[in-house]
Design a protein around this ligand. Structure first.
Ligand code: ADP
Length: 264
């Protein structure tokens, strides 16, 4: 399952043709190297894959996601999004890449309360220079909202929606630019199981129907079971990968990681 490289192992099952995302020796330390949040790690996520990043609390999941998404600069290694090395970009170019080629879905959906649902979804396009009143912008937002089943709520403000509906708006906003990779950080962490199911089904649909690539941090084996692959971190190291995960097997690995700090 792994190719050993004398550092963090490479989950070869993730090597589908043409990586949407490639991490090569990506590591992150704090306090001058005293705290190692992420040891040098390799990971390739193929286009059109849905990958879960799992591990106990403090294992480095958020650090990996932040580095991969260009929200944090790794201490070592390179991150490529569709072949573009993001560490080599200027701040302005990185901001643009994050806006146009990367989508984000967080546990707290971060919608702007004073903007309508449609304006929230159009926001990444508007930040890219599109006019709010632009017909094409409105049309793209409407298509993205229809895809998440909220085509009839465009003029509502976020407070008029349920938590699950707000998360669906956040997914529409993440997809509206047709990004190379969508990063989701515990997107169902604040939702009840039935609403979580709907949100995960939408992410799955984005992958299956529209060819999107999704990397999702989760601690929930049920959520991981929606993915094509799960990779497991512990103590800042990527230690295991599972193709076509199911909740039972994921739960067993998580239990082992929690108990011993390493995969059996
Ligand atoms: P996870 O997302 O799996 O809970 P994190 O990536 O947040 O883990 O953290 C991994 C490790 O790095 C933890 O031990 C955490 O305490 C440490 N860490 C994260 N951010 C910082 C920081 N800004 N300063 C010092 N240590 C940090």
């Amino acid at each position: 399952m792994f190719r050993r490289r004398g550092r963090a192992q490479v989950p070869v099952v993730a090597r589908a043709e043409g990586g949407a995302l490639a991490l090569d020796g990506v590591g992150r330390t704090y306090r001058g190297g005293d705290v190692v949040a992420l040891h040098p790690t390799d990971l390739v996520v193929g286009r059109g894959r849905f990958v879960a990043v799992m591990g106990p609390s403090g294992s480095g999941k958020s650090t990996l996601l932040q580095c991969a998404a260009g929200l944090d600069r790794p201490t070592c290694g390179t991150v490529r999004v569709e072949g573009v090395e993001i560490g080599a970009l200027s701040e302005a170019a990185l901001t643009r890449l994050r806006r146009e080629r990367i989508g984000f879905v967080f546990q707290a959906h971060n919608l702007v309360p004073s903007l309508s649902v449609a304006e929230n979804v159009a926001l990444p396009l508007m930040l890219g220079g599109a006019a709010a009143a632009d017909e094409a912008t409105a049309a793209r937002a409407a298509v993205a909202l229809a895809a998440v089943g909220l085509g009839d709520r465009t003029t509502d403000i976020p407070a008029e929606l349920s938590g699950g509906q707000q998360q669906r708006v956040a997914i529409a906003r993440a997809l509206v630019t047709d990004p190379a990779v969508v990063f989701a950080d515990e997107p169902t962490g604040a939702l009840d199981p039935s609403t979580a199911h709907d949100v995960l089904a939408l992410l799955r649909q984005a992958v299956d129907h529209d060819g999107h690539t999704v990397v999702m941090v989760t601690h929930d084996p049920t959520a991981a079971a929606w993915c094509d692959e799960a990779v497991f971190l512990t103590q800042g190291r990527l230690v295991a990968a599972m193709d076509r995960p199911d909740a039972g097997r994921v739960h067993a690995v998580m239990r082992r990681l929690g108990r011993r700090g390493v995969a059996a």
